[in-house]
Design a protein around this ligand. Structure first.
Ligand SMILES: [Zn+2]
Length: 319
């Protein structure tokens, strides 16, 4: 059995492990990212992650064939360099990450955007396994996503597209972190939900804004609180509106939605589905099922390992 090292680099932690071609995890570990220490220190930390996996593999007599890394930001079309756009890691731009790691381990390294790797993980081993056409969204501080069309990750020209959180929904809407206006992320991320709840509470003259997060609002919703219900219904409406646009374009078999808030309960997907159906074109969506992600925080690591395998298979076909 062949193994790949899968690495999911996040703003606060690095999750990594040894994964076989069936998506079974033989070893996994999580360490802090310490993004504030800068890009050079972070490359060093990722290097030691690779060495750690190789030592484990040697002990267990596993054959490791490659390394896959999911990273925040835009990755170049050769899947070797982080170009930029990683807001949560200062200085994480123009980083020749694949070459740096290859110099240490002598194995082929392929990198890609973190949300793309989560989407690939869910399509290969999670909620959308056995489907060729999948849209994935992860709802958290921001909204990230991936499109897999006919079993291929969609990246646009030079792999610079696929920013699903930045579909503009409202031309006269609020400013978005990307520099645009009225993006899906600015209306339907968990941060946007929390901000909206806080602002409505302040408007009502109630001073109860400490410790508000997605879980807090969900708990109030479950108790029938009218304000929590109002902001969550608007959250589902806006997210459903954005998903409808994606489905009208890509007509996927599955739309997989992940992120902490989605794990609140089945009602989350049910409410989202009812709004999504209201906005989507029926002929584009008659094969589409909306569902919750299944792999939790392992999706990125599993997808990154699968990415390593698929890039190696592709390279061998080209020779
Ligand atoms: Zn935006």
């Amino acid at each position: 059995m062949n193994y790949a090292i899968g690495i999911d680099l996040g703003g606060t932690s690095v999750k990594y492990g040894l994964v076989d071609t069936n998506g079974s995890i033989a070893f996994e570990q999580t360490i802090p990212t310490r993004a504030e220490e800068g890009a050079t220190a972070l490359i060093g930390r990722l290097t030691s992650v690779v060495v750690d996996c190789l030592l484990v593999a040697r002990k267990k007599k596993f054959k490791v064939v490659g390394v896959g890394v999911g990273t925040p930001g835009i990755v170049d079309r050769s899947f070797r360099i982080v170009l930029g756009g990683a807001d949560n890691i200062p200085g994480w731009s123009d980083i020749a990450l694949a070459a740096s790691l290859e110099a240490v381990c002598g194995l082929p390294v392929s990198i890609n955007n973190d949300a793309n790797m989560m989407g690939l993980g869910e399509q290969q081993f999670g909620a959308a396994r056995s489907f060729s056409d999948v849209v994935f969204l992860t709802v958290g501080t921001g909204i990230g996503g991936a499109v897999i069309s006919n079993n291929e990750l969609f990246g646009g020209y030079n792999n610079r597209g696929g920013e699903l959180g930045h579909i503009p929904l409202y031309a006269n809407g609020v400013d978005c972190s990307c520099g645009g206006k009225g993006c899906l992320e600015a209306y339907a991320s968990t941060s946007a939900l929390v901000d909206k709840y806080r602002n409505r509470v302040i408007e009502k003259g109630i001073n109860q804004t400490d410790n508000v997060d997605g879980r807090f609002i969900i708990n109030l919703y479950k108790k029938g609180d009218s304000l929590a219900t109002q902001v969550l219904e608007e959250h589902w409406r806006d997210l459903g509106h954005g998903i409808a646009g994606l489905v009208n374009i890509f007509s996927p078999q599955r739309v997989v939605v992940g992120g902490g808030i989605v794990e609140a309960g089945d009602f989350y997907i049910q409410r989202l589905d009812s709004y999504f159906r209201r906005f989507v074109m029926p002929d584009c969506s008659n094969h589409t099922v909306l569902c919750a992600a299944e792999l939790g925080n392992k999706a990125g690591m599993l997808g990154a390992a699968q990415w390593a395998f698929s890039r190696i298979a592709q390279a061998s076909q080209n020779y």
